[in-house]
Ligand binder design. Structure first.
Ligand code: FES
Ligand SMILES: [Fe+2]
Length: 403
């Protein structure tokens, strides 16, 4: 990271730490209508205009270690095959046979030479071509070249796999542009997935996502776990174009809850900014991660109906696999689960309040500004003309984004 940007960032964190009044020049945030969190029509609009048209992080290249490796991505009623072909490229296909639509793959992950349909045994290559059809002479006009698997846009960013259902979407690199300079001195390409953990929760996907986008709750909810390690008053938000952002928080004593006692897990040559600060990167629409040199959790928040969601946790660590590393990851996973459990119990209570109309307007502080920012982006994606009456929020944070 550029020295000037770094110095500005440290100065900003210090000034945020000292701030005692509402920041001058920053607008008062209007309330968010609670109906955005349970209304079925609004949910449908989010599916159509956000989840079907935006780049979504669905996994990591290390989960497909060699040609023939495949995994299923199954969230929000989708079933997608992620496959590494003989050319080493990762592709995404709809998990549907081109004959009469049976699911080709039924196990969550594996290694295959071909995808053979379990119904009438049509066979497809790892690259998606239709290769074999039993009793092909019984089809009057079958041209195998016309029946490849349906492919979906699939690109990677430092090993993270993204898909997009919109064939016309701009390239992933453009979409994630603002986040690039944030990780240029974090050796993120050397990381692999150590563990995964999916948790289904009775709440809207945004109710859960919101929790990870502010630090305001940390001193109460995580009083004994995260709070002693974080100067939460130093929490600094930089809003980026596209509904993304960067959060920087100073660590207390340069330690993190997750690294405590396990610093040997960190590669030696780490830029100090990651040792004395937590850099978190929320990525529109539903990803969040807080980078940590010992390893970190890349989270995605998946809708499963207006009042249900799945929180996916992908724990990223360094490419090594020895006894010490395995022991570290056992402890790490327990620590992560402890902290997540402190949060998760709250979500259904919040959802109930929204859904039952106990609270109709959601009030936000300046530390919660990113909740407003990504909701603004949702509205931009849906389009003003499509938004139901009383559901839109005023677009006010544009002038406050970081170029
Ligand atoms: S549905 Fe796949 S071969 Fe018939
Ligand atoms: Fe939390």
């Amino acid at each position: 990271m550029d020295q000037k940007i770094l110095e500005d960032m440290y100065a900003e964190v210090e000034s945020e730490f000292q701030r005692k009044t509402y920041p001058e020049g920053f607008p008062a945030l209007p309330d968010l209508p609670a109906a955005r969190y349970f209304d079925p029509d609004f949910y449908r609009l989010e599916m159509d205009h956000v989840f079907h048209k935006t780049w979504l992080c669905v996994g990591h290249a290390s989960q497909l270690p060699r040609a023939g490796a495949f995994r299923l991505f199954e969230q929000f009623d989708k079933s997608i095959i992620l496959s590494r072909g003989h050319d080493d490229r990762i592709r995404a296909f709809r998990n549907t046979c081109r004959h009469r639509g049976a699911a080709l793959i039924t196990e969550p992950a594996g290694v295959a030479k071909r995808f053979i349909c379990p119904y009438h045994a049509w066979g497809f290559s790892l690259e998606g071509e239709l290769k074999s059809v039993p009793e092909a002479h019984n089809f009057a006009c079958l041209d195998k070249a016309e029946k490849p698997l349906f492919q979906i846009r699939c690109e990677t960013w430092h090993g993270f796999i993204f898909i997009n259902f919109d064939q016309q979407a701009a390239p992933l690199a453009d979409f994630l542009g603002p986040l690039n300079t944030q990780i240029d001195d974090f050796p993120i390409d050397d990381m692999v997935v150590k563990r995964v953990l999916d948790v289904e929760i009775d709440c809207n996907w945004k109710t859960a996502y919101d929790n990870f986008l502010e630090i305001y709750h940390v001193n109460t909810v995580h009083a004994k776990t995260l709070s002693p390690y974080l100067e939460s008053r130093s929490f600094t938000v930089s809003l980026f174009e596209g509904g993304h952002a960067r959060f920087v928080t100073r660590k207390r004593g340069g330690q993190s809850f997750f690294s405590a006692g396990h610093d040997e897990a960190t590669p030696d040559d780490f830029t100090t900014r990651f040792k004395d600060h937590v850099f978190a990167l929320p990525c529109f629409p539903n990803s969040f991660t807080a980078l940590d040199p010992v390893g970190f959790n890349w989270q995605t928040f998946w809708p499963k109906g207006p009042n249900k969601m799945v929180m996916s946790n992908m724990f990223m660590g360094w490419k090594r696999d020895d006894e010490e590393d395995r022991a570290f990851w056992e402890t790490m996973l327990q620590n992560q689960k402890t902290v997540l459990a402190e949060d998760i119990g709250l979500f259904p209570t919040i959802q109930r309040s929204y859904r039952e109309g106990d609270i109709r307007d959601v009030m936000l502080s300046v530390q919660e500004q990113f909740l407003y920012w990504y909701n603004e982006e949702i509205d931009r994606k849906i389009g003003a003309e499509n938004l139901p009456a009383g559901m839109a929020i005023p677009q006010i944070l544009g002038p406050h984004i970081r170029k």
